[in-house]
Design a protein around this ligand. Structure first.
Ligand code: ADE
Length: 225
């Protein structure tokens, strides 16, 4: 899989993409993640400007068509992309089913939104999918792109050590994950549930399922309807 992220703030994405599971997945050759600085595609060689004032006189700056068109056209000339995603608070809400779907793609472009927005013609002509990570407004789309890349890449087979663990995540079956514990079994009198120490595999799986259902009913009843 390959993910190309277009941004005016590549430094904001460097660290989340280059540590832990995202780094390991890239080192193992499971995914390539490339950052593209939109300013490299500016026709303004002196100031590398990529935004301008909006027609209509409102406040704020708007990303221009030309640099975005240039970078997307250059990428598309080299390979086919499954989706050209734009991160925006008014897109469809990102969730586990969307992450699952995108993890099956070969090539993705993620264009990070910024400032007041981007020239709407980009959304009309170049973007295939607009995605929001939640009903709140971030200063830009970089953190949204990092969230999506993380959720997508960890689903690629081999990205996380125990392949079962991606399948048993919260949300994969519309149930929250059961509680987990590790040693010591007694910490300051705080006890690990007896059943987990029993060694009865089937009873433990059943207990976990009951815990998942109870936690989902209590914390996220909306997932059960
Ligand atoms: N850009 C600003 N806010 C955002 C959000 N909630 N999701 C995705 N991109 C955004």
């Amino acid at each position: 899989m390959r993910i190309d992220i277009i941004t005016v703030l590549p430094e904001l994405l460097e660290s989340p993409l280059h540590v832990s599971i995202l780094k390991r997945a890239q080192d193992k050759g499971l995914v390539e993640i490339h950052l593209h600085d939109l300013r490299d595609y500016s026709s303004d060689k002196r100031h590398r400007r990529v935004d301008d004032y909006p027609f209509g006189g409102q406040a704020g700056m708007v990303l221009q068509c030309e640099p975005v068109d240039r970078v997307i056209t250059a990428l598309k000339a080299r390979r086919d992309y499954d989706e050209v995603i734009y991160t925006s608070p008014d897109g469809e809400t990102f969730n586990q089913p969307v992450a699952n779907q995108l993890s099956l793609c070969q090539n993705l472009i993620i264009l990070c939104g910024h400032y007041k927005g981007i020239d709407y013609r980009i959304r009309e002509h170049l973007i295939t999918r607009e995605i929001s990570i939640g009903d709140y407004v971030l200063t830009g789309g970089e953190l949204a792109a990092a969230v999506m890349a993380d959720a997508i890449v960890r689903l690629i087979p081999g990205a996380i050590g125990d392949e079962q663990s991606a399948l048993s995540d919260s949300f994969q079956d519309n149930l929250l994950a059961p509680p987990v514990y590790t040693r010591p079994s007694d910490y300051k009198g705080w006890q690990v549930p007896e059943i987990l120490l029993s060694g009865h595999e089937a009873n433990i799986r059943d207990w976990e399922l009951q815990q998942s259902i109870a936690r989902t009913k209590q914390l996220r009843p909306d997932l059960l309807v």
